[in-house]
Every structure is written in C-alpha cells, then in structure tokens.
Design a binder for this molecule. Sequence first.
Ligand code: F3S
Length: 647
Amino acid sequence: MAQNLTHKILAAHLVDGSSLGTPGSEIALRIDQTLTQDATGTMAYLQFEALGLDRVQTELSVSYVDHNTLQMGFRNPDDHQFLRTVAKRYGIVYSPPGTGICHQLHLENFAKPGKTLIGSDSHTPTAGGLGMIAMGAGGLSVALAMAGESYRIAMPKVVQVQLTGRLQGWATAKDIILHLLGMLTVKGGVGRIFEYTGPGVETLTVPERATITNMGAELGATTSLFPADRQAEAFLMSMGRAEDYVEWVADEGATYDETIEIDLSTLEPLAAQPHMPDRVVPVRELAGLKVSQSAIGSCTNSSYADLKSVALMLAGKQLSETTDLLVSPGSKQVMKMLARENLMEPLLDAGARILEASCGPCIGMGGSPISKGVSVRTFNRNFEGRSGTQDAQVYLTSPLVAAQVALDGQFSDPAGWGAPPQFPELPGAAPSIRHLFVFPPEDGSDVEVIRGPNIVPLENFQNLPGTIETRIQLKTGDDITTDHILPAGAQITALRSNIPAISEYIFSRVDADFVNRIKNADDGPCRGVILGGDNYGQGSSREHAALGPRHLGVCAVITKSLARIHRANLVNFGILPLILKNPADYDRLEQGSQLTIPAASIQPGGSVTIDAHGVGPVEVINDLTATELAIIQAGGLLNYVRAKREH
Ligand code: F3S
C-alpha cells in the first residue's frame, strides 16, 4: 500500500511489537539520535548516569550549550564543565557555548534523512526540514533513549500540507508557518504530524523548510517534516555531508488523515501580534506602528540565507536612530560565511549589534526591550514577559520585515519597499566548523566527570511501601500550576541540577512553611501527601515540580482531577496520583489529617478505601495502567528500567 513519508519513517523504527495503529494508539519507536541543550541537559545526563550504563546506545547524541551561555557566577560555567566531561565519559558529542543554537547546529552538522531524533527542547522538530522524524521530549525520555529504551507516543494523525505555486515578492518561509498559525491556532496541531507535499515543496531550500518545521511546534504539533529530495541533497552537499543523503519521499498516491492546501503565490508578509504566535495579521495593516527594537536570530530564523538577506538590505544604509537592531547568528558557520562574503561589514556599518551565536534574547539572556516598547523579532514565541520586559509588545516576523522596520523605525506597507534582495539561497561549499565540536573517545571509562557544587547526582528513590502511613501536608485549591509547585525565576532555575537545593522552593509561594513541615515529619520515606482540587499540576511540563516533592518525601497526590503532563511526571518519579471518587470528600479532609493508604491493594483503574483518621473512609480511584502502577511501586521510572535491564 502507498505510504506517506511519516508512516514510512515511523514503520522503519517500530519496536517492542508495536504497529502503526489508528491515531491515538500507542507506538514504541527506536530513537537514532538525541540532543539536549544546557537548560535541560544537566538533568537528562544525571538521569542517564543513574541508569548505570557505560556508554550511550544511540547512533548519535549531542549536548549543546546555547541557552545559559552567560558565565556570571559559578553555576553556568560549572554546568558547562559537567556537560563537557559527562559527554566525554559516555560517548556524547559536546558543543561548547558560543558554537551556535542547538537546532541550527544539528541541521547543519548531524541531522540525517529517514532517522528519528528526540531532543529535550520543544523546537527539536527543526530537523524535520531534512526529512527526519524529530520530536521534543522530556529530559527523562531523552535519558532513556540514550540508554537504548524505546520512545512511546500516541500515534499521531498525519496532516498533508499541500504546497503549490512559489513565494512572491517579500513573502518568505516564515510567512508560510505564520499563515498556518493564523489559520489553525496554537492548538491546531495537537496530536498531529504535518507532512509537506506538492510542487511548492521543491521551491523551498532546507533552511526555509527548517523555519517552517521549527515553528510547527507553536501549532502544538508532534512534529513536522519535509521530504528528503534534491533540495536536501543540495543542502547536505553544501555542508560537506553528501554521504548522509538518502532519498526519503512519500509514495505516489499516499493517503493522509487530513489535508490543507496553500498556494504560496498568494502569501504576503505577515506578523504575529502580542502575545501569541497565532495572532497573525498582514504587515501592511501595522503600517505606522513605531518600533523601538528589532531582533534577528533564534532557532527559527538565523541561517546564512536569513542573515545574508538582512546584510544586503542594510548595505550602505543606517538604522533608524530610534530603533536598535540585534543580530544573533545561528552558528559559527553562519558567522564564518558572512565574514567570508564581507557581509559583516554592512551589518556593523548600519549600526547592528552582533551578538554571540546562541539563543540570547529569545530566552531573555540580554536584549530586553524598553518599557512598553514594540520589539519586532524573528523568533517563534512572543509570550508576555518572555523578552524580559513585562509590558513590551513583541511581534514575530520574517528577517526581511525585521530589517525593514529597523531601517524605517516603524512598520510600513511592503508594497512600497521595491524589490527584495536576490541571491542563491545556499552558500556553495560552506566552511566546516566540525573541529569545534568535542567528539568523545571510543572508550571514556577513565574520564572523570567533574561536578561543581551545583551538580548533585540523583538519589535512589525507595520502592513504594505496601501501606502508607502519613499526613496530608498541604491542602491546595483548584488550578494549582507547576509554577505554584515550583516557581520559575533565574535564582531558582539556576539550581536545576541540584534537587536538594531546588526542593527548598517547593510550594514556597503557596505556603512558606511547607518544606519545613514535611522535613520535620517523622513518617519514614513517606513523609506526606498533597491534597489538591481540580486540574492540579497544569501549566509548564517541568519535571522538577514532581522531582522536588518526591525528594521531600511526598509519595501520593490526592486530587479532584489532575493535569495530563504533570500526572505523567508524578508516575515517572514514583508518586501515586489518586483521584477522589467523591469530590465532596475534598471538604471532609484537612491539612494535617492522618491517612492510612493500602498502596499494595491498588489495582490499575481500580478503587481503594483510605482510612482518614478521625474522618472515616475515603474512596479513591486511579487511571493508571499496569505498567504505570509497576513504575510507581518500583520507586519511579529509572528504578523500573534499571530492574528490567538487570533481568
Ligand atoms: Fe533557543 Fe529560543 Fe530556539 S531559546 S532553542 S532560540 S526557541
């Protein structure tokens, strides 16, 4: 039967007896490559170390440092040193700070058609521009993939995005994905893979395709991908990697779950307005809006072609005196190409600030706009406050639009801009930067992993006891977010590799005495239960919001209902997620209530009765699978996998 490209790659990676079922059914995949960035990488490697293997089992694993590259104080440099040495010890390629942004570097140097990649960063789908299935995942999933474990996902629907025509005038690849975001919204891609097809595909180069697959993450999609065709071959040749090219295209007559059609010749320059990437309008409608800052870069738009087009637009001109322009190249390769073609000079002469090849302003590391300032950015997210200035108004556009507003000091109608710069999109033979990566030795067993004071190995959690005797240490209201459980902020996130230290902040903004109380409980390994209301654990997926409570001795969370990702994290770290069968029991239970939970009697999907001393019996249910229950009983996923591998 004719297969689409998504099904072809997935089918070639199915393991554990799974098959391509109906959308929503679970599939298990062999993962060929992994990537991490520094903000999530330290924990992923601590988790990998806890599995006790001597070397990663993947074809390729790369550790990039691109988020927290500023080295003010010891924590970030210590993290970088840990990442460098842990990579050498276990067979991982290390990319030092300043080499570039993980996704741009991965595309240029390591992405391969037909392979699978998971990365502990949500924009990992960028590599789908080279015809691979590349997905963002939690750090623990990446650690397990490095250990050779399968990666399990719900079988996504495959959406065909049929492209016809060719981009015209000032419209760019960024406008294709902004158009889709405007049409489908930030929820439109959930449970879906977007596969690009049709005659318009061959008009787009790999860097242009990567802009589209990168920002497919904003649709909520599992991933996005393009075929590996002549354009992919040309890109790999220009990167000096012709041998990595293998054709991967959909079969003639392949079918899809859904289809969307876009005629590229009808698109015009677009902008996403504050504070959501799907609030998309034509740039012409913003004409006259004053702009105080323009920022070009990020993993969405920092390729050679992106920055060359900006340099050509700025050549011989000066920025508006009221607008700053920040340029962060995606990699040192991009910088070298710009230098080789004397394209740094027009950027510098126009007044642009050239930043390090890193995430920089995209992650709020410098480059914050002025108060209430309008900032035009080529990035993928414009959430309120992400720029570092709470009341800034951030618009997302292509590099061409961002360069034009930097010259004019305001938005204007592209109809009056004349002709856009024209040049071959690929650089010919690009200069290599492969020597800047640290490749691991064949045998790293005698390499010392260096841990500064901020890097603390993961502890071994104990198995769940058969009977839990403990107290409700905290009763919360409804809609508790992972931010309530563990607040964000530079001071706290700097402790991401030190669970004992970061745990001091658990529930710190909800109940300042919580940590003290649970630490002083004398109930053995189970020192407390959290009683939550509806939608407990909503918000960001941060694993530390489960790891921290687990470190403190929380062994069960009893709620009216639980958010999906937090529930998964609770299971992964061995905390029982229990649901009140009768929500009215929430009112009967109090902070301090002593509970006896017959944990050994819990059955997957079953109910048990808790003895709440002085209150009476309280029935709780669960929606756990047999495997999930076994994971919790083993003390978490790391213990479970370790035990499985020993047998
Ligand atoms: Fe970095 Fe921003 Fe991309 S933080 S990985 S450039 S979304």
